[in-house]
Design a protein around this ligand. Structure first.
Ligand code: ATP
Ligand code: MG
Length: 343
């Protein structure tokens, strides 16, 4: 029977700490959902971790293992999805170098996500060349696998836009090699953190997938809510409250009454938060149970990455052959052949 070839998706995460609810709602959950309809490739973006912390490179490998456990516990199936490590596929570095010639500095300076990160980390006068240019590396990560779609949170959309421009430019100058990929967003593509700003591993405003019930309760109690709702009877504004956003995602059936009662002032923040904690604890329990099981089998995790690396490497080598041929770098073959015929 003729089987339609599936489109391919590519997406990765930085091993910069355990995963949080934002990573789940913006990306991971979508990766799991798309596994049957697409050919999934997911990579540990370990080189990208160096952009914001090049000193603690020894942490990257343990964090990689930790993150892959989260991926598997959340439902990524290595039989369906190729899971691999960026730095193990050296072709990413070569494609990044070639792409870096196609992008101007002013174009990079217009990237809102990089600008926001530089501002938040106070790096204005000392941002590194690698950090500033990481969206170009990301374009190489995506296009290496000739992906059609990229399931990411909304902070990554500007990078996918740059990737599309690079794909078009490469195809126009050297001949068509790359599809022009599109971003795939979820409804919760920018989940707020406990402080109301984007939930991020590096900001300490997260609820982790692996947080124990008492930690979840404590964190939810500390979440910033509507600043105008001070006492129980005060009418609230759910649209500005991150706790309400979490209810929308993790407790959708109670939304109409929570919204109405918060607005009337009959629902206090403490009760609302306790209710949310219960829902989060229930939601995360099966993931945590699975996590413990996977964590105990380190050789399985390494096998998953070994198999994923070899699949990814094969794809990357094929892409680079095409890239070199199209750029007329194929001439290195002549020298190689010459060497072989002389021997
Ligand atoms: P870091 O602070 O180290 O950058 P991060 O929490 O932003 O970490 P990343 O590894 O950069 O996580 O992102 C992994 C994926 O999760 C990306 O697709 C990103 O868009 C998505 N993501 C990150 N934070 C959120 C969020 N708060 N809401 C929705 N999606 C998110
Ligand atoms: Mg990030």
């Amino acid at each position: 029977m003729f089987e339609q070839k599936k489109e391919r998706i590519l997406s990765g995460m930085r091993p910069s700490g355990k995963l949080h609810l934002g990573n789940l709602t913006g990306a991971l959950e979508n990766w799991v959902k798309l596994q049957d309809d697409y050919e999934n490739f997911h990579f540990v973006a370990d080189w990208h971790t160096l952009t914001t912390d090049y000193k603690h490179s020894a942490r990257i490998w343990p964090d990689t293992i930790d993150m892959v456990i989260d991926w598997l516990a959340a439902g990524l199936d290595p039989e369906k999805s190729t899971l691999f490590v960026q730095s193990h596929i050296k072709e990413h570095a070569e494609l990044h170098l070639l792409f870096s010639m196609l992008v101007t500095i002013p174009r990079l300076e217009r990237n809102p996500t990089v600008k926001e990160q530089i501002r938040e980390l106070h790096l204005e006068d000392r941002v590194s060349y690698g950090h500033f240019g990481y969206p170009v590396l990301q374009a190489a990560d995506i296009l290496m696998y000739r992906a059609h779609a990229v399931p990411v949170g909304d902070d990554q959309v500007p990078h996918v836009e740059l990737t599309r421009e690079i794909a078009r430019k490469f195809n126009q100058v050297y001949g068509k090699v790359f599809p022009v990929p599109k971003a795939l967003l979820t409804k919760f593509s920018r989940l707020p953190g406990l402080d109301g700003s984007k939930m991020s591993k590096s900001k300490g405003n997260t609820i982790l997938l692996s947080d124990r019930p008492d930690v979840i309760r404590k964190k939810v109690r500390s979440a910033i809510t509507d600043p105008q709702k001070i006492r129980m009877g005060d009418p609230g504004h759910p649209e500005v409250c991150s706790v309400f956003t979490y209810h929308q995602k993790f407790n959708p059936t109670e939304i109409p009454e929570i919204e109405a009662e918060c607005k009337k002032g009959t629902l206090g923040c403490v009760a609302c938060k306790n209710n949310l904690s219960d829902k989060l604890i229930n939601f995360l329990e099966p993931i945590q149970v699975k996590r413990i099981r996977i964590e105990a089998d380190q050789s399985y995790i390494k096998d998953v990455l070994r198999t994923g690396n070899s699949k990814a490497r094969k794809e990357a080598q094929e892409t680079m052959e095409l890239v070199r041929e199209n750029m007329k770098f194929g001439y290195f073959r002549e020298i190689e052949e010459l060497k072989w015929t002389k021997v």
